[in-house]
Design a protein around this ligand. Structure first.
Ligand SMILES: Cc1ncc(COP(=O)(O)O)c(C=O)c1O
Length: 349
């Protein structure tokens, strides 16, 4: 693969800001390079800038995921990776990304903010890729395809053969957003990373790993793509508190596995009860930690839940999602209260 062909020429020409710390990997040193306050007045180590390339954390993630550390980018949520991928590949007012609605909203928002066009090829009625329409929509200005599997808000995994066809036939980058992969039975695409130089996989610490408040996202890709993302990111994009929280999360992986089991059980518990509700048309099977539910009277249900202090996500205006609410699997108690509130709903015309 020629990275040159995937990346904007002006980005290739940028000389990045370099921190002196990128050149020094040791821990002990007299740090007189970054104009920090040398006195740790708050006694928390935060008087120093964090490691710009987060090497220690990347080594641990690399061992855990079976990739090499230079195939990993870490950012301020996966949203940062989405933003940088668009910046790296699309020239404003010339190039386009392709998305497959209904899907995660930030691909379109971040493209629009950057003056990048958005081609939208709606998923079919099984929420799978409409391959013929995608292949005919792709043009020489399509630089990036965003796929999401398990897909938000529909909860299903995209068929492997379809994704494989795109990886083999699309000359730009194919991004597979796997924010919810830990909740799925599907292994995802990490094992295919070395077979597809145009593949980028996004994962996050915000969902199964339980650190949404810390803001830490991961992108896995060919090392040359990762090098470009590192070149255009803010120098200290992941802060020290987040790095420490991520290390603690990696110490606690068995605990995470246990909560995954609970969440999957609770997903099934909710699925059965939602399906039995008189206003429910469909509960879509989910491989994520939420359920997409089609109601006959979604607006009335939404209002009723809000009156009970229960907030769910209205997805009814998205294509193929008329009457649909997206409901996150909560704790056992929260799920019980949700079902109780739904059972007390009465249609007020
Ligand atoms: C599919 C998908 N990708 C990415 C994100 C954002 O993740 P992060 O918190 O890592 O920015 C979300 C958040 O809801 C999501 O649903």
């Amino acid at each position: 693969m020629k990275v040159q062909q995937l990346i904007r020429p002006e980005i290739l020409r940028v000389t990045p800001y370099r921190s002196a710390r990128e050149e020094y990997r040791g821990k002990e040193a007299i740090w007189l390079d970054a104009n920090e306050n040398a006195y740790d007045i708050h006694q928390n180590g935060l008087n120093r800038y964090p490691d710009p390339l987060q090497w220690e954390l990347k080594q641990r993630i690399a061992a855990w995921k079976g990739v090499s550390a230079d195939q990993i980018f870490l950012g301020n949520g996966s949203d940062e990776a989405i933003d940088l991928l668009i910046r790296a590949t699309c020239r404003p007012f010339r190039d386009e990304i392709l998305i497959t609605p209904p899907t995660y909203g930030m691909y379109q928002v971040l493209a629009e903010i950057q003056g990048v066009g958005v081609q939208r090829v709606v998923l079919n009625d099984r929420f799978q890729l409409d391959l013929p329409r995608i292949l005919s929509a792709i043009s020489f200005t399509t630089r990036l395809i965003f796929l999401c599997s398990p897909n938000n808000p529909t909860g299903n995994v995209l068929q492997r053969e379809d994704v494989d066809t795109l990886l083999k036939n699309f000359p730009g980058l194919v991004v597979i957003d796997e924010a919810y992969i830990d909740f799925a039975d599907d292994p995802g695409w990490l094992a295919g990373l070395n077979d597809h130089p145009n593949l980028v996989i996004l994962q996050t610490f915000s969902k199964a790993l339980g650190l949404a408040g810390a803001r830490l996202g991961m992108a896995f890709a060919h090392r040359e793509i990762i090098a470009v993302l590192n070149k255009i990111k803010f120098p200290y994009n992941v802060n020290e508190l987040t790095l420490a929280a991520a290390h603690r999360a990696l110490d606690q992986l068995p605990a995470m596995q246990r909560t995954l089991e609970y969440i999957r059980e609770q997903r099934q518990w909710l699925y059965v009860r939602l399906k039995a509700h008189p206003d429910v048309v469909t509960v879509y099977p989910s491989q994520a930690n939420f359920l997409l539910v089609r109601f006959r009277h979604a607006a009335s249900i939404l209002r009723h839940l809000l009156q009970r202090g229960i907030v769910v996500r209205d997805r009814s205006r998205l294509p193929q999602c008329e009457g649909c609410l997206r409901i996150t699997v909560g704790t056992e108690e929260e799920n019980r209260l949700l079902i109780q509130a739904l059972n007390e709903w009465e249609l007020v015309q």
